[in-house]
Write a protein that binds this ligand. Sequence first.
Ligand code: PLP
Length: 416
Amino acid sequence: MHFFNYKGSRFYAEGVPVEKIAKEVGTPCFIYSSRTLVRHYHAFDGAFKDIPHLICYSVKANSNLAVLRTFIGEGSGLDIVSGGELYRALKAGVDPKKVVFSGVGKREEEIEYAIKRCILMLNVESPEELRFINRIAGRLKKRAGIAIRVNPDVDPRTHPYISTGLKKNKFGIEADLAVKEYIYAKRYLKSLDLIGVDCHIGSQITKLSPFIDALRKTKGFITALRNEGVDIKYLDIGGGLGITYDREKPPHPSRYGKAIIRETKGLGLTLIFEPGRVMVGNAGILVTRVLYTKQSAEKRFIIVDAAMNDLARPSLYGSYHTIKPVKMYRGRGEVIADVVGPICESGDFLAKERELPPFKSGDMMAIMSSGGYGFSMSSNYNSRLRAVEVMVKGREFRVIRERETYRDLIKGEGMP
Ligand SMILES: *Cc1c(COP(=O)(O)O)cnc(C)c1O
């Protein structure tokens, strides 16, 4: 559910015509709906209202300060995967005791930064990392909160690039070894505080069963730990709940919640969640203007001013994003076309063989579901300026990140 809708023939973001925003700030532009963000947060949070839990919104899905601040304002913590994200999180005003730090390749200075700021826990992904964190914490005369990320070896049935809980993936530690690591750490790694178990199996998951399979395996794991005298407080279930881009029918957070509550009953643990996409994905659109249209012998192309550097998902995963005209067309038929950007790669497309209204030069379109893994994955490829980001709230809107300038492009470069 989101607040991007037609009123008459005009497309609105909450109470503001999208065309008005685009005319004022230019295109391409990302537009986020504050009301949608808040609604999504509470849909998720509400699903767990009867049990102890903490939501740590996954910063990498959309890391704009205004987005982070919106969630923090509703009570959210944050899931980070780098020192840069910790910096953003703190700037946005997060309570460090609500921050968890995931990722397979944390650097020394990132670990130090996190320990000094006393975040809740680091999700550890290898035995070497566990020992490394212990040494750093010891040197800082602190204790680091730790969860080991267990690789449950379940298939989330999503795109292979975003599945993370299979044995062949680089993430986590397999269960048998992880038990040994907890026992070892408890005995010998005195600067660690073993408070959690973590399990994140992938992204854009549209069925409940992979979550349940992973939970069952993790429960077995927790029992094995308890039998060895290792007791923990937190079970971090990760993120991964999918959204509707096209015709997917992912479970509503309330159904996901019921299933998880049923499965974790009696464990006596505080649950942590790291939702990203489900919070922001459908809360944002990318607005782009048609530059040219052309008809080749085989195909029709609609060439727009947004490209794979703005929204990488179609090129990267072959993802589908719904496209809507910013001004509705009246009875002029549909065309089948590829929507492509100006970048010098044939992989630069936003839609392929899509049935669309007869867009012509100067028209604008909204690429739906671009709020997650949109701007946060964008780049300067082809020396293109990264897009402006706008937040709408009711009848008002605000630029929350200015469009880059040519000067920004060469920042830090030199000609020795
Ligand atoms: C990416 C990621 C998430 C968020 O995934 P979504 O599919 O966006 O919910 C959560 N936890 C970890 C460890 C991640 O890497």
